[in-house]
Write a protein that binds this ligand. Structure first.
Ligand code: KG4
Ligand code: ZN
Length: 334
C-alpha cells in the first residue's frame, strides 16, 4: 500500500509517500521562511497563496523521486487541522480532488498526531503506551497515549506555546524568524551562571505550563542591561528545558509509563533533548525523538499517520474539511 501524505497547516509545504512494506519512499519539503522573514512571522494569506503555487509541482516531484505514478497510489492523507484555515484548505482541496480523480480513499490527519507518530518513521520505533511531549510553535501538550489514536491530554500551556515563547524571546534579542534555532545558536555562546530564570508553574502540583511570564522575564532582564544577549538566551533556554523535564517527570510518574516521545519543531533543540535524555535515564525510561528533519512540519509524518488510519479501513467522504481548532483528544481511535 502506497500512501501520499500532504502537509500544509502553516508555513511548510510537505509531501511524502509511505509504503506499508518499505517505509518512507520519498519526501519533499518547501519552506516558506524566506517569504515571511521580512514580516517577522507567518502572514496567513501569503502562506495560502504559496501552498497553492507549490503543492502540485511538489507532489509531481515526490512521485518521481519514489519512481511511482498516480495509479500506484492507494490512499491520500492530508493535514485537516489544527492550523491556518486558508493553508489547511489548500491541502484539503488538493487531497480531495486527487482522491476523486484517482478514485482512491482519503483521510484527514490531526497535525499533532502526525508529530507524535514521527519517531515511528525510524528503525527502533517506540511501542505503546507512552507519554507524548508535543512542543511546537502552536502547541505544548503532555499526552497520555494508551495506544495509537487514543490520546488523553494531561498537561498543556495556559498561554504561549514553547515554540512561540522561543520565537518571541528571539525577537526581543534581535534574532530573525523563526527564532528557535537562532536562539539556540546564540545561547551556545552564553554563560549559565550569570542569572537563573524562573521555572514557571513548577512550585505547585500539576502538569500544565505557562511560558509567557518567562518571555517577560527575559525582556526585563534584557532591559536591565546586566547580562549579555547570549546569557539571556542561555538562561531562557535552560529554564524552558528544566521546566519541560520537571513536567515530563511528573507525567511519567502519573502514568507509570516507561516511554517518552518528544516531538514537534522545538524537539530539534539540543539542550532540551539532552535534558530529557538525562531525565529518562534517571527515571529508567526510554526517550524517543524524531530524526532531526522530521521534528518540524513535514509530509512524511502525515503519510505515516494516514497509512495507519487507512489500513484500519478509516476514510472520509469527498467533502473538503479544514479544522483550524481541533482538540487532539477528540480524534477517532484507530
Ligand atoms: O512543529 P513546527 O515546525 O510547526 C508548528 O507546528 O508550529 O514548530 C515550529 C516551532 C517554531 O516556533 C520554531 O522556532 C521552533 O519550532 N523551533 C525551535 C528549534 N527549531 C525549531 N525551538 C527551539 N530550538 C530549536 N532548535
Ligand atoms: Zn507542527
Amino acid at each position: 500500500m502506497n500512501v501520499l501524505g500532504i502537509e500544509t497547516s502553516c508555513d511548510e509545504t510537505g509531501v511524502a509517500v509511505y509504503n506499508s512494506e518499505k517505509g518512507l519512499l520519498s519526501h519533499m519539503l518547501h519552506s516558506q521562511i524566506a517569504l515571511h522573514t521580512e514580516y517577522g512571522g507567518v502572514v496567513p494569506e501569503l502562506a495560502s497563496r504559496d501552498h497553492i503555487r507549490k503543492l502540485i509541482p511538489l507532489i509531481r516531484q515526490t512521485l518521481q523521486q519514489a519512481k511511482l505514478n498516480p495509479n500506484n497510489i492507494d490512499g491520500i492523507a492530508y493535514t485537516s487541522g489544527p492550523g491556518l484555515v486558508g493553508a489547511l484548505l489548500t491541502g484539503a482541496s488538493v487531497a480531495k480532488s486527487l482522491a476523486w480523480a484517482w478514485n482512491i480513499p482519503s483521510i484527514g490527519i490531526h497535525h499533532m498526531e502526525g508529530h507524535l507518530l514521527a519517531p515511528l518513521l525510524d528503525t527502533d520505533p517506540p511501542e505503546f503506551p507512552l507519554v507524548g511531549l508535543l512542543i511546537s510553535g502552536g502547541h505544548t501538550l503532555l499526552v497520555d497515549v494508551e495506544q495509537m489514536g487514543v490520546y488523553k491530554i494531561i498537561g498543556e500551556s495556559l498561554d504561549d506555546a514553547v515554540g512561540e515563547a522561543f520565537d518571541k524571546t528571539a525577537m526581543l534579542l534581535g534574532l530573525g524568524y523563526p527564532g528557535g534555532p537562532a536562539l539556540e545558536h546564540l545561547a551556545s555562546s552564553g554563560s549559565s551562571i550569570t542569572q537563573k530564570f524562573p521555572r514557571p508553574m513548577t512550585d505547585r502540583p500539576g502538569m500544565n505550563f505557562s511560558f509567557s511570564g518567562l518571555k517577560t522575564y527575559a525582556r526585563n532582564t534584557l532591559i536591565s542591561g546586566l547580562i549579555s544577549h547570549a546569557d539571556v538566551a542561555r538562561a531562557f533556554q535552560e529554564a524552558v528545558a528544566d521546566t519541560l523535564a520537571i513536567k515530563c517527570r511528573r507525567a511519567l510518574s502519573h502514568t507509570q509509563y516507561e516511554r517518552l516521545v518528544v516531538a514537534g519543531g522545538v524537539s530539534a533543540n539540543g539542550v532540551i533533548r539532552k535534558k530529557l535524555e538525562d531525565l529518562a535515564t534517571l527515571e529508567q525510561a526510554k526517550v524517543f525523538f524524531p530524526r532531526l528533519e522530521f521534528c518540524a512540519d513535514n509530509g512524511a509524518m502525515i503519510a505515516l499517520a494516514g497509512y495507519h488510519r487507512l489500513s484500519a479501513k478509516q476514510h472520509e467522504k469527498l467533502e473538503i474539511k479544514a479544522m483550524p481548532r481541533w482538540p487532539l483528544d477528540t480524534v477517532k481511535s484507530i
